[in-house]
Design a protein around this ligand. Structure first.
Ligand code: ZN
Ligand code: ZN
Length: 327
């Protein structure tokens, strides 16, 4: 039975259920839907457009140039690490401050009733937020920087194909639109791999201790998961791109993960939904584990039968699937 958005026994807030399919790959293709998707994501000041603007600014003002990156040297590698550290702290720290310390919108649009956990030995330092910060700012930022540095060095030396806006303006713009779609594709398969029991137990369980998620949970992963998750950047080793694409990709995967794990659906400004900062789709994954491995960008979960639409029927369907799998 469909439910309007609101409260339930399980959730402080849930969107209208069953979850609709907002994927641009849904079939049959609907040109009007595609137009709306494009306008909303790329012709308005959306989360993505903001990240692109930030990427341009970071490339011109913060990160080292291609010439500098021609040979490995401590200076520019350290500079890249510092910028990533600052971006991570501003994104995750800023969102955490707004939603959980300042309590900027109270519990409005917050999925889970609980607050972040404290005094529980499950967590490093017995504190969920400190635990999440630890994994994010050590292994997370280090590996993010490592991938970025190696890729930039490859671009600077002609080992990775590059392009400029002047050479190919169409592909330059198209690549920005395609990167999140590529990322969603890569994420789904890496994530399914991480749910293979032996990898799950040793690696992915660390991220999944966050049943009730917050901004710092997004990029809080085991080092092996960071490695797999960030291997999405290898696309730049094969497909021509510009350092700005790489930076956009870096911000999208790293600091951007804080934006998809706030525990809230949207940021409200004067009671209007202004920014999408979390999805019920992935929140369901954190609550029920064996469903919704991907995100809404790609319909993989629907195609491969791992979709949970948030309703009791969806939950039952997931249980039946797990039972038949175990047999
Ligand atoms: Zn997650
Ligand atoms: Zn998972």
């Amino acid at each position: 039975m469909p439910h309007d958005e609101g409260m339930s026994a399980e959730w402080n807030y849930h969107p209208a259920l069953p979850l609709q399919n907002p994927s641009i790959f849904r079939w049959p293709m609907d040109p009007k839907f595609l137009m709306v998707w494009f306008v909303r994501n790329w012709l308005m000041l959306s989360e993505r457009v903001m990240l692109v603007i930030l990427s341009f600014a970071a490339w011109y003002f913060c990160y080292p140039s291609l010439e500098t990156a021609q040979s490995f040297a401590f200076g520019w590698i350290f500079q890249t690490w510092v910028v990533n550290m600052v971006l991570m702290c501003v994104f995750a720290g800023g969102l955490h401050w707004y939603f959980y310390m300042h309590k900027g919108q109270g519990r409005r649009l917050k999925f889970d009733r609980r607050d972040q956990a404290k005094g529980n030995a499950l967590w490093t330092f017995s504190d969920q937020v400190h635990d999440n910060m630890f994994w994010t700012l050590t292994s997370g930022v280090a590996q993010l920087t490592a991938f970025q540095v190696v890729t930039l060095w490859m671009m600077a030396n002609g080992y990775a194909p590059t392009l400029t806006f002047a050479e190919n303006p169409v592909w330059f713009v198209l690549a920005l639109i395609l990167l999140p779609i590529w990322s969603a594709f890569h994420f789904y398969w890496v994530h399914r791999l991480l749910h293979v029991p032996c990898l799950y137990k040793r690696v992915h369980a660390l991220h999944h201790r966050n049943v009730n998620i917050g901004p710092w949970s997004g990029f809080s992963m085991h080092p092996v998961e960071h490695l797999l998750y960030l291997s999405t950047f290898c696309i730049h080793w094969i497909v021509p791109s510009h350092p700005i694409h790489l930076i956009f990709h870096v911000i999208y995967q790293g600091p951007g993960a804080a934006m998809t794990h706030t525990g809230y659906e949207d940021l409200l400004v004067r009671d209007k939904r202004r920014l999408a900062l979390g999805t019920f789709y992935h929140t369901l994954h954190h609550r029920y584990y064996e469903c919704n491995y991907g995100n809404q960008e790609m319909p993989w979960d629907r195609w491969f039968g791992t979709f949970h639409d948030g309703t009791d029927v969806g939950k039952e369907r997931m249980r039946t699937r797990l039972k038949t799998r175990k047999r």
